[in-house]
Design a protein around this ligand. Structure first.
Ligand SMILES: O=C(O)CCC(=O)C(=O)O
Length: 329
């Protein structure tokens, strides 16, 4: 693990150096950690000054970061209206729909599920590798990564993708949950994982989406008795979760929510849904459920990404490579 830590630091260093302050050295004879932290504050400041203010050449409204940070810290939930323009919606939706079509052809019973995961598997892009590059560039988009870096105070780590769609013929309300509860049935273990690091969902809706419900602020604390009775009780689909808030997104809106907060989806066959959800983490490695290697086993794809995206995924690869090696041996 010692070697892995050095590689992660080196990759994080070079990512931050490349996107934040290009004039600092890209590497520094192995003293990555001390320099990373020494440079971190000025690097972040400079990056945010240049990236987070209004760019007059695009339609994007100025993002009021102070407000975003306040919402995030108080509620674990942020909505960013019109994050995508029309052409970005159309392009990303075309790519995700093409993956969905193939996933449904592979396993027709997925038609009555709520989402597919691991969209970045190479098999979905055999005849259209440019689409995979486009999807990867979006996952590593500096608008997202700089926002998450600024909120967390560190470089976020990619985890996974999901694509939510409406089921073909059945409707149901999902179970209330925190993502920490999966693989941690014991409360003490779940609480430990909640404290240890963070998982977040950053999603963009391609059509109007009002299917997510979230309990604002629940990510910062353990369940109240009434919440626990629902989440861990015999009827986790009950509709009377105290403090619940329905999240309404228009096409093109983005939403960031804390995966450790209490939330659930509701699934309706007759309401079109197409929402791309990307999971990131920070504060440590998800060693109890490391993501699979997906398309990241060779260097050929990385070489065709922009430098920022390449560094972002290198950080992911260097972090999880040892888990992939172990699972092969
Ligand atoms: O948006 C949804 O349907 C719920 C998502 C969810 O519960 C999750 O990804 O953990």
């Amino acid at each position: 693990m010692g070697t892995t830590a050095t590689l992660v630091d080196a990759s994080a260093y070079s990512f931050l150096a490349s996107i934040l302050v290009p004039e600092i050295p890209a590497a520094d004879d192995g003293k990555y950690l001390s320099n990373l932290w020494a440079y971190c504050e000025p690097m972040k400041k400079k990056y945010y000054e240049t990236q987070m203010t209004e760019n007059p050449s695009t339609h994007r409204p100025h993002m009021d970061f102070e407000q975003v940070a306040k919402d995030w810290n108080n509620t674990g939930l942020v909505i960013i209206p019109t994050f995508l323009d029309r052409s970005e919606i159309a392009e990303l939706r075309r790519i995700c729909d093409h993956v969905l079509q193939q996933a449904l052809a592979e396993a027709p019973d997925r038609a009555n599920a709520s989402n597919i995961a691991y969209l970045t598997e190479r098999r979905y892009f055999r005849s259209c590798e440019a689409d995979l590059l486009c999807l990867l560039e979006f996952i590593a988009d500096q608008r997202i990564i700089s926002l998450l870096t600024r909120l967390s105070g560190e470089l976020p780590l990619f985890h996974n993708t999901q694509y939510f769609y409406n089921p073909a013929s059945i409707s149901w309300d999902g179970d209330w949950h925190r993502d920490t509860q999966f693989l941690a049935p014991e409360i003490a273990l779940e609480q430990l994982r909640m404290k240890r690091h963070a998982g977040v969902h950053f999603r963009v809706a391609f059509v109007e989406d009002a299917q997510l419900e979230y309990v604002p602020g629940s990510e910062r604390r353990w369940d109240l008795a009434a919440e626990l009775e629902i989440r861990k009780g015999a009827e986790p689909r009950r509709s009377d979760m105290p403090g619940r808030k329905k999240i309404r997104l228009e096409a093109g809106d983005a939403c960031l929510f804390h995966a450790w907060g209490i939330h659930r989806g509701t699934y309706r066959a007759d309401v079109l849904r197409r929402t791309l959800d990307i999971i990131y983490g920070w504060g440590g490695v998800c060693d109890y459920s490391p993501p699979p290697a997906m398309c990241f086993t060779g260097q050929d794809l990385l070489a065709r990404l922009s430098p920022g995206a390449r560094n972002f995924f290198n950080y992911f690869i260097e972090t999880y490579r040892s888990y992939w090696d172990e699972s092969r041996s």
